[in-house]
Write a protein that binds this ligand. Sequence first.
Ligand code: SF4
Ligand code: SF4
Length: 387
Amino acid sequence: MDRRKFMTHGLLATGAVSVGKVKADTGGSENESGPTKKMKYRKLGRTGLKVSEVCFGTYGWQHTPVLESAIEAGVNLICTCADYQSGAAERALGPALAKSRDKVFVLSGIDCMRNPDEQTLLRRLDQSLETMGLDYLDLYVPHQADTMENVTNPAIPAAFEKMKAAGKAKYLGISTHSGQLEPMLNKAIELGYYDLILCRYNFMEYKSQLELFHRAAEHDIGVIVFKTRAGARETEVKALEEKGLELSQARMSWALSNSDVTSVCAHFSNFGAINNYLEAINTKLSFNGARLLDQYRQAFDSSYCRNCASCTEACPHGVKVADILRYKMYFSHYGFEKEAMERYAGLPDAQRPSPCETCSAPCEQLCPHGLNTRAQLLEAKQMLEMA
Ligand code: SF4
Ligand code: SF4
């Protein structure tokens, strides 16, 4: 799908949306009648793997029964990381995978923002395989590749070649949260050895990603997206909260309306999420769904940090604005308090927002969305430093 065609695909203004209402389900409750819709699959670029349109994300997850039900419902892609919850996500995956290894593709790796060397990558892969009780990973993906140096780290392809030769990993990808994801992932495409890319994508900020994803598709590189919830703040607006289920389906339908996207990585907080995602996969974005996305966009336009990092260069103190605001989002809106605090604690002191207390906030001048960055950072500091 070309950029123009996609742009006219998911937005209310174009009228190119179905007027059918999204069927509501029980949302947060356990579903006793089983899935009502079938899973759909897309080819993950040149890997040739047929993966489910929704991927089971394990950040903040440790609840095995939900995963088992999701697999029964057709979810066959599981995304994890050795560093999620200090290893707890991989440990929790072990028992579930023992029963269903042949039904799923497993994606894992380690955080790579400190440019691990080849030996570290190989050693940590062995640890991951042992933790999950696996012989191999389908998809080896270093996470948090947040600088160009991370993406081009020569240890990654060197280690991967050894993993592949030993039968411990089949395909290589790269994942980033960076605000500069377009140049970085374009570089990843150009390097030629990455088979898939993972990054954020949502209806609040997406235009520059359309070309990137299309270029990836032209190179037969799979695209897995996350953060489609755009901050998950619907409970702050009554009209949106009442339509919470419909909004969550609209967000996923919107992301999947781009045929260059292979799969959406999502959090399965409960059994109801399975049917909710199946409904979204099988439903075109409705007129009402598109209107809810517009309402959400208007409500949070000037308070949602897009992680764009445009303000970074304005800070004389090197505060990690985008990362800290992301951890604040995990804490406040995702319910991942412990994980958010751990991530914040992992930042060097010099990158934390202590200097904001006495600063005139030049960063705010560079924020294209008008965020009150200083106040948000101080709020983040208070919540993430709680004992
Ligand atoms: S308020 Fe000042 S110290 Fe804080 S991030 Fe902005 S520029 Fe940096
Ligand atoms: S505060 Fe604004 S400029 Fe800074 S990363 Fe967030 S959206 Fe971008």
